[in-house]
Ligand binder design. Structure first.
Ligand code: PA5
Length: 448
């Protein structure tokens, strides 16, 4: 079994011909990706990653995870962007919804830090960690990103005070570049257990490296099955050059046909709250890969039915520039039926005996019909169930679909030059050495 993509519900808005005409360009893009000849081709290491994760690597990651799990109530994962979202997405997708509140815990709590600069967040975290046994996984490919670097400086001091410098070393794992960056220098100097992010894998394509795999293993999940799913999807995506059957082709063609018809916003929709962070991961992947040279579909996300009571109004009747991509999970893990109530004061006896999932599915179907009627095209991605295997498939599918889409748009889907602008201003405002000229200029602009 595999995930499925269908675009029948966009055919009121674009013709099948408009979709199929992308086949030739997609075949060229597929060749460019597979043969590493397209834009940004030195960042295509993610394509072969699933094949490179050997049983030896899996065992090493699992051993490290076990060691951290044994001595920690919680593990703090430090990172931002691609060094954060993939791990968070995977863990949230499969974790018990209330894992941190469960009385009997089999897994440590996973806490994220370094993904913002909030003083109150960090203060609360330090207060929590005062009373917990914990470990740290610090992730930064460049090893110089400000947010995780600041968080690590503060938490390193805390963990060393708590356990002593020598013992703290066994509670810190670094995931970074093989030779460059301040984190690499620190990890070597301190002798931390370290993992490498390959040179040719960019941050947002790195979830199938230790960046995503180690946190996922620490949270108690099966990384080899995740990788198996990715391997399977890789086979489908890289070898099949038919727009009718390659689901990455179908997705890239459908969304680009819509984009050509001025549907500029793609909303990723889920009906399972544990997919909220999967949407965040997808937003980064597509937003950073496509949004450049004044081009690109704007990726947004909603969780239904929750957001039908907030964003639903805009989607139904606002500006007509939106299409939706719905991730539909076919089979829930559990079974819960609605029981009869003799008084029926809430009037809900008409759904007695139905599973909650059936009610959710009818909400999904009803919403799709309403939104299509309201002028919102609908792409559907069906996943048989939420588990490691299908998550692995989904990750590779979205990565490959993103690279194909970027090439259709004729941009480099593997760089992110626009991210530097805010950093330069922040460094100038903070008076970073080397930024003296920019400091003078920006101070003038803000009247300082
Ligand atoms: O996709 C990317 O490359 C970025 O989002 C990075 O992942 C993010 O900026 C964090 O970078 P680093 O891992 O170097 O700290």
């Amino acid at each position: 079994m595999s995930i499925k993509v269908s675009y029948e519900k966009i055919l009121d808005f674009v013709s099948k011909k408009e979709i199929l005409q992308f086949e030739d360009k997609l075949q060229k893009a597929q060749k460019a990706i597979n043969n590493k000849t397209g834009k940004g081709n030195d960042f295509l290491g993610w394509v072969d990653l699933p094949l490179e994760i050997s049983p030896v690597i899996v065992k090493d990651i699992n051993d490290t995870a076990t060691a951290l799990r044994m001595n920690s109530d919680c593990v703090v994962i430090i990172g931002i962007g691609g060094s954060y979202l993939g791990a968070k997405a995977l863990i949230e997708a499969l974790n018990h919804h209330f894992s941190s509140l469960l009385k009997t815990k089999t897994n440590p709590d996973i806490i994220f830090a370094g993904h913002q600069l909030s003083e109150d967040y960090m203060t609360d975290l330090l207060e929590l960690l005062d009373n917990k046994d914990y470990s740290i996984v610090v992730i930064s490919k460049s090893g110089t990103t400000t947010e995780p670097a600041v968080a690590f400086r503060i938490l390193k001091e805390h963990i060393e005070k708590k356990y002593g410098k020598e013992n703290a070393k066994n509670r810190i794992v670094a995931i970074t570049d093989k030779s460059r960056g301040a984190l690499k220098t620190t990890a070597d100097a301190e002798g931390y257990k370290s993992y490498i992010i390959p040179d040719d894998v960019g941050g947002r394509y790195s979830v199938l490296t230790p960046v995503g795999l180690l946190p996922f293993a620490i949270a108690g999940f099966d990384i080899s099955t995740l990788v198996e799913g990715a391997v399977e999807m890789r086979e489908q995506n890289i070898n099949n050059n038919s727009i009718e059957t390659n689901i990455a082709f179908k997705y890239a063609a459908a969304r680009n046909a819509l984009y050509s018809n001025n549907f500029n916003v793609e909303i990723m929709v889920n009906y399972q709250p544990n997919l909220m962070f999967f949407t965040e991961w997808w937003k980064q992947l597509y937003g950073e890969s496509e949004g450049k040279e004044n081009k690109g579909i704007f990726p947004a996300g909603v969780s239904f039915t929750t957001d039908l009571h907030s964003m639903g109004q805009y989607i139904q009747e606002g500006l007509r520039m939106i299409f939706e991509t719905v991730i539909s999970v076919e089979k829930p893990k559990s079974e819960l039926k609605v029981n009869s109530d003799s008084q029926n004061l809430d009037g809900l006896n008409f759904i007695v005996g139905k599973r909650l999932n059936e009610v959710n599915k009818m909400a999904e179907l009803g919403t799709m019909i309403a939104h299509v009627d309201g002028g919102v095209p609908n792409i559907r991605i069906a996943i048989p169930e939420l588990n490691e295997y299908y998550l692995g498939q989904l990750i590779f599918f979205f990565e490959y679909g993103c690279a194909l889409s970027g090439y259709l748009l004729d941009v480099n889907p593997f760089d992110q030059p626009g991210v530097e602008a805010y950093k330069n201003n922040m460094f100038a405002l903070l008076g970073k050495p080397g930024f003296e000229k920019q400091t003078e200029q920006i101070n003038k602009r803000i009247g300082k």
